[in-house]
Design a protein around this ligand. Structure first.
Ligand code: SPV
Ligand code: MG
Length: 437
C-alpha cells in the first residue's frame, strides 16, 4: 500500500523471431517502468512485411514469457499511435533503426501521439546483424510442411485486404514468386502465393490448354515448386473432370499441401477462356456443377482446403445476371469462394458482378484474374470486392519472348557474343539457387 505505481512503458513487437536486439529493447524498457508489449496482429503486419511464421497466439505465448514483460496487448495497426493514445504510456522504447526507411513515418506518428499523451520516446542503438530479410531467410531455411502451407492461404486471406498471387510453372519461376520483394515507402511488397495455371503448365510442355496434361503429370511438375518454396499454392483444376475424378484431385492436392483448387463450370472440350466466344464455350448445367462441388467438399480431409468455383458465364457470352444466379447456386452447394472471369478489357462486367455479388455475399472470397482488364490496380479491384488477384500467366509469357530474342540474336550473328548482354551472368545463374554450396 502507498507504493507509487510504476510508469507504463510501451514496446511494439512482431514477436516472430526473438533475437538479442529485442531483449535489449525490453531490458531498456524495464529500467523505465512496467513493460507493456503491443504485439502486432497478422493484419497489422501483412500489408507492410511478410506474415509471421508463428500465429498470433503462438507469438503471444512466447512474448508473454519473456523476462520483464508485464502485459501483452494486441496492436491492430502497423502504427503504434492508436495504442499510445489508448494506453497513454509514459515511455515508448524502440530501436533507433526506424529513423530511416519505411518505418520513418511510423516513428513520426508515434512521436505525435506521445506528444498528445505527455509520453517520451526512448531510442536505443539498434543491434546490427538482424534485418527483416535475414529473418525471412531464416524462415525459409526452417521450411514448411504440407499442413502449414495448406493453411497459409486462409491466413493470408484473413490478414490482407487483397492477396496477391502470381503464376509459377517451374522451380525457377516458383523461386521468383517465393523470394522476390521490393521495398516501398511503407514496407516490403511481395507475392503471397502461386497459381498453378493449366495454361502455362500445358504450354511449357508444348501442349494446348485442353486438359491434355493429366493430374499426375501436373503434380510431378508442381513437386519441383513444392520443393523450393513455402508459400501457398492455388491449383487451376480446369473443369475438375467428372465428380469421381474431381474427388481424386481434391485428395491429391490436399495431401500435397495445396491450399485451394479452382474449377470452372464448363463442359465438353475445355478451351482456354481467353479465346472467349471465338471457340465453343459450353457451360455445365448448374445442378451438375453443384454435384461436383459437393463431391469435392465431402472428399476433403481438412477444414482449411478451399474449393473455389469459377464462373465462365461472361466468357461464354452470357450476362452478369446469369453469373450471379450460378454463384448463388454454387455457394449453396458449399463452395468456399467464387472466381469470376472475363476477357473484356473495360472491366465493366467484372465490376458490376463484384459489386452486386458483394452486396449479397459480404464474406465469400472473390478471385479475379485481370489478364485483359489489366489497367486496374489491386487497390481498385479490392474496392470492387476482390480478395485474391491472380497474375495468371505472366512468368511464362515473359520468358518466351526473351528466349526467342536470344536465339534469334545467335542465329543472326552465328555466335553468342551479341546475345550475352541479354542473358544473366554465368556467376549469377550458378548461384541463383539458395544454399548452393
Ligand atoms: C490459366 O491460367 O490456365 C487460366 C486462366 O485458367 S485463363 O488462362 O485466363 O483462362
Ligand atoms: Mg486454366
Amino acid at each position: 500500500m502507498g507504493e507509487d505505481m510504476a510508469d507504463l512503458v510501451y514496446i511494439t513487437l512482431k514477436g516472430d523471431v526473438i533475437h538479442p536486439g529485442i531483449i535489449n529493447v525490453i531490458q531498456e524498457g524495464t529500467r523505465h517502468g512496467d513493460v507493456m508489449i503491443g504485439l502486432m496482429t497478422d493484419s497489422a503486419i501483412a500489408m507492410h512485411e511478410h506474415i509471421p511464421y508463428l500465429s498470433y497466439e503462438q507469438r503471444f505465448d512466447v512474448v508473454s514469457n519473456i523476462k520483464g514483460v508485464k502485459e501483452v496487448v494486441p496492436q491492430n495497426e502497423w502504427s503504434c499511435a492508436d495504442n499510445i493514445r489508448r494506453y497513454r504510456p509514459r515511455y515508448l522504447v524502440h530501436g533507433d533503426d526506424w529513423k530511416e526507411g519505411y518505418m520513418a513515418s511510423v516513428r513520426d506518428e508515434a512521436i505525435a501521439a506521445l506528444d498528445e499523451v505527455g509520453g517520451e520516446l526512448v531510442e536505443i542503438p539498434y543491434t546490427p546483424g538482424v534485418t527483416a530479410s535475414a529473418v525471412n531467410e531464416a524462415k525459409r531455411a526452417i521450411g514448411t510442411t504440407p499442413d502449414m502451407r495448406l493453411r497459409s492461404l486462409r491466413r493470408a486471406l484473413a490478414a490482407k485486404p487483397v492477396v496477391r498471387i502470381i503464376e509459377a510453372h517451374s522451380g525457377i519461376s516458383g523461386l521468383i514468386a517465393e523470394t522476390l520483394e521490393i521495398v516501398t515507402e511503407d514496407g516490403i511488397r511481395y507475392f503471397d502465393g502461386m497459381w498453378s495455371s493449366s495454361l502455362t503448365d500445358s504450354v511449357s510442355k508444348g501442349k494446348p490448354d485442353i486438359e491434355a496434361v493429366d493430374l499426375t503429370t501436373r503434380m510431378s511438375n508442381l513437386n519441383n515448386i513444392l520443393e523450393c518454396t513455402t508459400k501457398p499454392i492455388i491449383y487451376d483444376g480446369d473443369t475438375g473432370g467428372i465428380p469421381e475424378h474431381f474427388v481424386f484431385m481434391v485428395r491429391t492436392l490436399e495431401r500435397n499441401g495445396i491450399s485451394a483448387v479452382i474449377i470452372e463450370d464448363k463442359m465438353g472440350l475445355k478451351q482456354n477462356s481467353l479465346f472467349g466466344t471465338s471457340v465453343k464455350q459450353e457451360l455445365a448445367p448448374v445442378a451438375e456443377f453443384c454435384e461436383k462441388i459437393k463431391a469435392g467438399k465431402r472428399a476433403q480431409v481438412t477444414e482449411e482446403f478451399m474449393i473455389i468455383s469459377r464462373l465462365e458465364s461472361l466468357i461464354a457470352g452470357h450476362s452478369v445476371e446469369e453469373a450471379l444466379e450460378r454463384a448463388d447456386a454454387y455457394i449453396l452447394a458449399g463452395t468456399d469462394g467464387i472466381m469470376i472471369h472475363s476477357k473484356e478489357k473495360s472491366g465493366d462486367d467484372i465490376k458490376e458482378f463484384c459489386t452486386r455479388f458483394r452486396a449479397k455475399h459480404p464474406d465469400v472470397p472473390i478471385v479475379l484474374v485481370p489478364t485483359t482488364y489489366n489497367r486496374f490496380t489491386e487497390e481498385e479491384l479490392c474496392e470492387w470486392g476482390a480478395n485474391i488477384v491472380i497474375y495468371a500467366n505472366h512468368m511464362l509469357r515473359a520468358s518466351y519472348p526473351a528466349m526467342v530474342d536470344v536465339a534469334t540474336t545467335i542465329l543472326k550473328n552465328k555466335r553468342s557474343l551479341e546475345a550475352d548482354s541479354k542473358c544473366m551472368p554465368i556467376k549469377e545463374i550458378l548461384t541463383i539457387i539458395p544454399n548452393t554450396p
